[in-house]
Write a protein that binds this ligand. Structure first.
Ligand code: NAD
Ligand code: GLY
Length: 348
């Protein structure tokens, strides 16, 4: 078992275990009211919908189930959740449990943060992506027609319980999705190494979350260094949008990291040897790193991104593995560097 304490606007513990044997000890003391709402998606419901029931035998438990997938992270389901809480008489003393991947975590977190101006939230992530990233740090969101995550809050959970046992049923595609974020951490800190990525286990999840925890504690609301966690995301989000969300978040982040490396190469004049080490890491997740979108389309999407400042963005660039920094860069310069990268492989 691994544990981490997060000291942000709320102080809370993360437990990383291989089963649910520590759930009673670590979570139940935080569940004070009479009612618990387990929010999940239809697929997780099929596998683990009843997994927590035994712990709450003395409580009234309701289950709110949304359809699996990114398209469910919307205003209609948000209203469905908060209306279900209201119709079932939930008060601020009661608890919401987000049981699922990042989609469930983001929408359940947003509902918990706004229902009666904030109700206790416990995160029980079931995907690798949610275990290493989205369940910690307090970003909650729903998507709007105009774009992803455009409506949300910063709202820390009261606890996070990671059970790696849930990963046994996670399809390979979703493991790879999570590996996109794991590789991101290996770019941000040399505490996660390429060799570590071979074994997806509690130790690896702990290393990733420790990096995230340290950053969130310094900059909870992303006014500075938290933006480092967006490594690969500037282009990654653009590709995600261009694909109509057909490609998963982690798969797009993996492609986005290729561009981040190529843009870093051009900003800093990185040596071929440094870039080769970066590519060795990028390919360790066995992602399809090809991208079917041109520089102009990517630049157009970045221009539409909420993280743009005028004609520029704060871009996360890497001087070496474990040496990332935030640089303000014009979107037109990003476009030029992507074109230069495209031309470099066209000439082979
Ligand atoms: P997801 O929640 O859609 O889950 C992926 C699929 O796996 C779904 O079909 C789900 O039903 C299934 N699934 C979940 N757990 C399973 C299990 N144990 N066994 C079998 N199937 C299982 O996707 P995700 O990749 O977990 O999350 C992506 C979302 O997370 C995106 O909306 C992204 O914006 C968000 N995100 C948020 C943050 C944050 O800090 N809040 C960070 C990164 C990503
Ligand atoms: N996943 C990026 C963040 O939490 O800030």
């Amino acid at each position: 078992m691994y544990e981490l304490k997060v000291r942000a606007s709320k102080t809370y513990d993360i437990t990383i275990a291989e089963d649910l044997s520590l759930f009673s000890e670590r979570i139940l003391p935080l569940v004070k009211g009479a009612s618990v709402a387990i929010i999940t998606d239809d697929k997780v419901m099929g596998f683990y919908g009843g997994a927590l029931d035994g712990f709450f035998a003395a409580k009234r438990v309701i289950k709110i189930v949304i359809k699996r997938g990114e398209k469910s992270k919307n205003a209609t389901n948000y209203l469905k959740i908060i209306n279900a809480l209201a119709e079932n008489g939930f008060t601020r003393a009661d608890t919401v449990i987000a049981l699922g991947g990042g989609v469930v975590g983001d929408i359940a977190g947003f509902a918990a943060s706004t229902y009666m101006r904030g109700i206790t939230l416990i995160a029980v992530p079931t995907t690798l992506l949610a275990m290493v990233d989205s369940s910690v740090g307090g970003k909650t969101a729903i998507d709007l027609k105009a774009g992803k995550n455009l409506c949300g809050t910063f709202y820390q959970p009261s606890a996070v319980y990671v059970n790696t046992g849930f990963l046994k049923t996670l399809p390979v595609k979703e493991i790879k999705n999570g590996l996109g974020e794991v590789i991101k951490y290996a770019f941000l800190s040399d505490t996660v190494k390429r060799e570590d990525i071979r074994d997806i286990n509690a130790a690896l999840i702990y290393k990733c979350l420790k990096i995230k925890r340290d950053i969130v504690e310094k900059d909870e609301k992303e006014s500075g260094c938290r933006a480092l966690l967006n490594f690969g995301h500037t282009v990654g989000h653009a590709i995600e949008k261009l694909s109509g969300y057909r490609l998963s978040h982690g798969a797009c982040v993996a492609r986005g990291m290729v561009y981040a490396v190529e843009i870093s190469r051009r900003i800093y004049g990185l040596s071929d040897e440094t870039v080769a080490r970066m590519y060795a890491l990028l390919t360790s997740g066995k992602h399809d790193l090809s991208c079917g979108y041109c520089a102009e389309s990517i630049a157009r999407q970045i221009t539409a991104d909420k993280k743009r400042y005028g004609d520029s963005v704060n871009f996360v660039a890497v001087k070496d593995l474990g040496k990332a920094e935030i640089v303000k860069i014009k979107i037109s310069d990003i476009e030029k560097m992507i074109k230069d990268y495209e031309n470099s492989f066209k000439s082979f």
